[in-house]
Design a protein around this ligand. Structure first.
Ligand code: 6PG
Length: 236
């Protein structure tokens, strides 16, 4: 499925544009339904976006009490580990926002087994959101075309009967838990957030269809679908 693409001249303008989109989506969801359910991306790219959201004026534009933060994926490490996506988001944004702790739903990696984390997290999503879809799923793009922890040639790509799954990622020698396509595609809005020259090759291969069948290319969002990137990543 082809996304609507927005290319910004540099990483700072990309962050501002994506921050404004996030705030607008959050405000609309809260106005319509009284709540905003968002799944955050991990990795390094979104850190700047999270830091911007935690600063004025953006932090003053959302009723954070009505926001529920989830995570699109997580490394199976302790919540205070430097590799933790939760820790990255907590330090970049969550600690600075007036969001109730009960509205921040990290993956319970303290359970140990990745499978147990995946099962417990699926329950948390269902109990918190009931049958509502995510209002927004934020995704980064890996250089191999992965999104969340939906890595190429892994069983996670074919899971259809659950909203979360666990997987072992050989190249990182690490267990991960990820949202599956079913729940990402059901979101009202999906944003893939891409920055930097290091992503130009994968972006080129995808946009020219030089490569096909990558995890990001299997996305089929039923709602709004955007790619936000800077010129360095777009190769323009
Ligand atoms: C993770 C992420 C992963 C990330 C991409 C891009 O846990 O690593 O969820 O999907 O978004 O690998 O990572 P960068 O933003 O660091 O390039």
């Amino acid at each position: 499925m082809k996304p609507q693409t927005r290319v910004l001249p540099d990483s700072n303008q990309l962050i501002i544009a994506a921050t404004e989109q996030f705030v607008s989506t959050a405000r609309n969801a809260i106005a319509k339904r009284g709540v905003f359910y968002v799944a955050l991306a991990g990795g390094s790219t979104p850190k700047g976006l999270y830091q911007q959201l935690a600063q004025s004026p953006y932090r003053d534009q959302v009723d954070w009490q009505r926001v529920h933060f989830f995570f699109g994926d997580e490394r199976c490490v302790p919540a205070d580990h430097d590799d933790s996506n939760f820790k990255m988001a907590r330090l970049a944004m969550l600690d600075a926002l007036p969001v109730p702790d009960s509205n921040v739903h990290r993956m319970p990696t303290e359970l140990g087994e990745a499978k147990a984390v995946a099962v417990a997290y699926a329950e948390t999503i269902k109990q918190t959101m009931q049958s509502a879809p995510f209002d927004l799923v934020l995704l980064g793009l890996g250089p191999d075309g992965h999104i969340a922890s939906l890595f190429p040639d892994t069983p996670a790509l074919t899971v259809t009967d659950t909203i979360t799954t666990d997987l072992y990622v050989e190249k990182f020698d690490s267990w991960r838990v990820t949202l599956t396509y079913a729940v990402i595609n059901a979101a009202r809005q999906v944003i893939v957030f891409i920055a930097g020259e290091a992503k130009a090759a994968i972006v080129h291969d995808i946009t020219t269809q030089t490569v096909t069948g990558l995890p990001v290319q299997k996305l089929a969002p039923s709602g709004d679908y955007y790619w936000y990137m800077d010129q360095a990543a777009s190769g323009q």
